[in-house]
Design a protein around this ligand. Structure first.
Ligand code: CA
Length: 241
């Protein structure tokens, strides 16, 4: 298992309000992306705090993977929501969170917001998570195409966030991992500029996950990168015996 993550402020924003986390012991891996929102530096506080709290809570949890993911999400939500009520500068802040736990031929995901997880094999790529966003609802009801959604003026409006209320529900997804498959997690700063087909082509063309992540960020920067860009990638998941 090889894992790599990278984040870039982009070409327009003065701050980077994305955060990511990646960990592997060779058998299991945890990867996540958070995209914060809020005035001044609050978005950065929300994404960083959520990423840290989620990773810590997941590492300390026991039981089934889905339950562990839900518990970690609840603890991250609690931490961000509490901070937003204690610190006036952080009032109303929130963040997306997409996380994956992979190992022994299977991956589990939890998602809140519009950061994404994709599953890649040499044969294709598919989006695992469903966005909680206004444009995703319009795409699902047939009122927008995926391409129109990527440039829609309200593309940043999310319908579910972590840390903006006392409770949050994350959607859970599962994928059986084939050999030579990859997981890609990213913020909308990447997915609004780079198509899934381009992500797959890059993964197939570049060998190491670090090179692949760097190439994807470079592609977003070439296209103007109006938003922060974050990508985390995991490769070569061995089948359990
Ligand atoms: Ca963003």
């Amino acid at each position: 298992m090889n894992i790599y993550g990278i984040t870039d402020r982009g070409r327009v924003r003065t701050q980077n309000q994305d955060a990511f986390y990646e960990w592997t012991d060779g058998t299991y891996a945890v990867l996540l992306v958070c995209d914060g929102m809020g005035g001044a530096k609050a978005g950065n506080v929300a994404s960083t705090l959520a990423a840290q709290q989620f990773a810590e809570a997941l590492a300390q949890s026991h039981g089934g993977v889905q339950e562990r993911l839900r518990d970690a999400l609840a603890q991250a939500n609690e931490a961000v929501y509490t901070r937003s009520r204690q610190d006036a500068a952080c009032q109303g802040m929130g963040t997306t969170l997409v996380a994956a736990f992979a190992g022994e031929g299977r991956a589990y995901f939890i998602n809140v917001g519009d950061s994404r997880a994709y599953y890649l094999t040499p044969d294709g790529i598919r989006q695992v998570t469903r966005d909680h966003s206004l444009v995703a609802e319009l795409v699902e009801s047939g009122k927008l195409t995926e391409e129109e959604a990527r440039s829609h003026p309200n593309r940043n409006v999310i319908t579910r966030a972590l840390g903006t209320a006392g409770d949050v529900i994350g959607d859970i997804f599962e994928v059986d991992l084939e050999e030579d498959s990859r997981l890609l997690l990213c913020s909308d700063g990447l997915s609004n500029l780079v198509t899934p087909e381009e992500m797959l082509q890059t993964a197939l063309a570049e060998g190491r996950v670090a090179d692949c992540c760097a190439r994807l960020v470079a592609l977003a920067l070439e296209r103007g990168a109006p938003d922060n860009v974050t990508v985390v990638m995991l490769d070569t998941v061995p089948k359990s015996a």
